[in-house]
Design a protein around this ligand. Structure first.
Ligand SMILES: Nc1ncnc2c1ncn2[C@@H]1O[C@H](COP(=O)(O)OP(=O)(O)O)[C@@H](O)[C@H]1O
Ligand SMILES: [Mg+2]
Length: 169
């Protein structure tokens, strides 16, 4: 049997990380951790005040996610983290060398439409613009898969499971 994957579910805000992550974890029979829960107090204060996080703010957060992922090495786990930049993924990999990424990928129109239906979470157009501008897709030397986010959460989860099984062996 293959070693269980430690998966980071990545992608822009609204792409479905929090929705698909737990479903994927359930399918793989491993625990799920919500990346947003790893922010230090200082980051939460900043975000609550509407102040954008800097990369300096993000390193301790990414290190905390990386520590969780490292703790799941050999056991398997799924954690969400937008991980939009290559440098953020490098940081995660330096803490947890074996992690694999599932990039939930969808076009702007679809994601904007879904966000507009999210209760109590209005996302300004400018924020979505900046998310897409910041996004650096997985590069050839990064272990991971891109998964299309059209369709139901169950279909997307199936797609992710199939794509991940292609990484084995
Ligand atoms: N496959 C899907 N079909 C319809 N709505 C979805 C789907 N995936 C996610 N959503 C909805 O889109 C919104 C954003 O999803 P969410 O999981 O919160 O994204 P993220 O965690 O990446 O920001 C939520 O309202 C969620 O219920
Ligand atoms: Mg989320």
């Amino acid at each position: 049997m293959n070693t269980p994957h430690v998966v980071v579910v990545m992608g822009v805000a609204g792409t479905g990380k929090t929705t698909i992550g737990p479903l994927l974890a359930q399918r793989l029979g491993v625990p799920y951790a919500e990346g947003d829960d790893f922010h230090p107090e200082a980051n939460i204060a900043k975000m609550t005040a509407g102040t954008p996080l800097t990369d300096e703010d993000r390193w301790p957060w990414l290190d905390a996610i990386g520590a969780w992922a490292h703790g799941r090495a050999g056991l398997g786990g799924v954690v969400s983290s937008s991980a939009l930049k290559r440098s953020y993924r490098d940081r995660l990999r330096s803490a947890a060398p074996g992690v694999v990424f599932v990039h939930l990928k969808g076009d702007r129109e679809l994601i904007e439409d879904r966000m507009s239906h999210r209760q109590g979470h209005f996302m300004p157009t400018a924020l979505l613009d900046s998310q897409f501008a910041t996004l650096q897709p997985l590069q050839a030397d990064e272990t991971g898969v891109a998964v299309d986010v059209s369709g139901s959460p169950e279909e997307i989860t199936d797609r992710a499971v199939t794509a991940l099984s292609g990484l084995d062996g």
